[in-house]
Design a protein around this ligand. Structure first.
Ligand SMILES: *[C@@H]1O[C@H](CO)[C@@H](O)[C@H](O)[C@H]1NC(C)=O
Ligand SMILES: *[C@@H]1O[C@H](CO)[C@@H](O)[C@H](O)[C@H]1NC(C)=O
Length: 277
């Protein structure tokens, strides 16, 4: 009798022990599933109406990063091209302290693409400051296919205009290093009214136009180049200095890709230029 009571008590304890363990397992399972859903959910949220690639970088805690493609149709040839770009949108909080209207379009040099500006932190920095920042892959670079428009400068300006219209950039400040000058300089000549500001960084193609043509452009311009860039840096300055409203920032001891050599100096100067609008 005594013994039976003891065993039944033991059994009950064992039973409640396994019961507690399975409750604990169920609890851990629920917590685990919740965490997995929590971390996966931002990646599965759909973007607006644009055609969207997988949102590989969507960080809700700092900036709203989007990785997007947009179809750009060229009027002249009716050629359609799917242009890849990265975009950061200002946070709600910083939207209040800055006018959200300022847009920045980041172009890139020959050895680079839109990822360069993500890696350098420029995209998220601009979003932090309350700006809408777009970094595009030019035709034949990054994830944008090659487009046969390289012959005529007006066609390259038209391509950039079609991109601006497709992604809804009204009048961005355009940051244009090196090779991208083949696009931004014609754009400056043909569509200066769609440029709020211009930040050429030792751009190519400035010699297509003469001093008279530069003198007619009122766009506020920040000319940036590296002190050690004695080739394109110096040659582009010779033409760009005819722009009536310009300032020059020569980055000490920096080479052609001066924004990569001195990202902090470059960012500080760029942000300072942007506060003037
Ligand atoms: C863009 O073009 C591609 C291929 O032509 C097509 O599959 C896609 O649906 C288009 N996207 C949009 C948003 O029109
Ligand atoms: C020159 O550009 C600055 C912005 O960098 C602007 O504030 C200023 O009004 C411009 N000056 C003229 C004469 O347009």
């Amino acid at each position: 009798m005594q013994q039976g009571k003891y065993f039944s008590l033991l059994r009950r304890n064992m039973h409640s022990c396994t019961f507690n363990r399975s409750r604990l397992l169920a609890f851990l399972l629920v917590v685990g599933v919740t965490l997995v859903i929590y971390y996966l959910l931002p990646n599965t949220l759909p973007d607006s109406t644009r055609s969207v690639e997988p949102l590989r970088a969507y960080d809700m805690t700092t900036t709203n990063k989007l990785i997007v493609t947009v179809n750009v149709t060229l009027k002249k040839s009716s050629n359609q091209i799917q242009v890849f770009y990265r975009e950061t949108l200002p946070l709600q909080k910083s939207r209040e302290s800055h006018p959200p209207s300022l847009e920045v379009l980041l172009l890139h040099g020959q050895a680079f693409d839109s990822k360069t500006w993500e890696g350098l932190g420029t995209l998220s920095l601009l979003a932090e400051k309350g700006y809408r920042a777009v970094a595009m892959d030019l035709p034949g670079y990054g994830n944008t296919p090659l487009l046969d428009i390289d012959k005529v400068d007006k066609d390259r300006a038209d391509f950039l205009l079609a991109f601006l219209n497709a992604v809804g950039l009204q009048a961005p400040v355009v940051v244009s290093p090196s090779m991208s000058g083949h696009f931004s300089i014609p754009f400056l000549m043909f569509y200066a009214q769609r440029l709020k500001g211009f930040v050429p960084i030792a751009p190519a193609g400035t010699n297509l136009y003469n001093a008279d043509q530069y003198q007619k452009i009122q766009t506020p311009t920040l000319i940036v180049f590296g002190e050690l860039d004695t080739n394109l840096g110096v040659r582009s300055l010779k033409n760009l200095k005819y722009l009536p409203n310009h300032s020059v920032f020569k980055i000490p001891t920096a080479r052609h890709a001066c924004y990569l050599d001195e990202p902090h100096l470059f960012h500080t100067t760029l942000l300072d230029f942007l506060t003037k609008f």
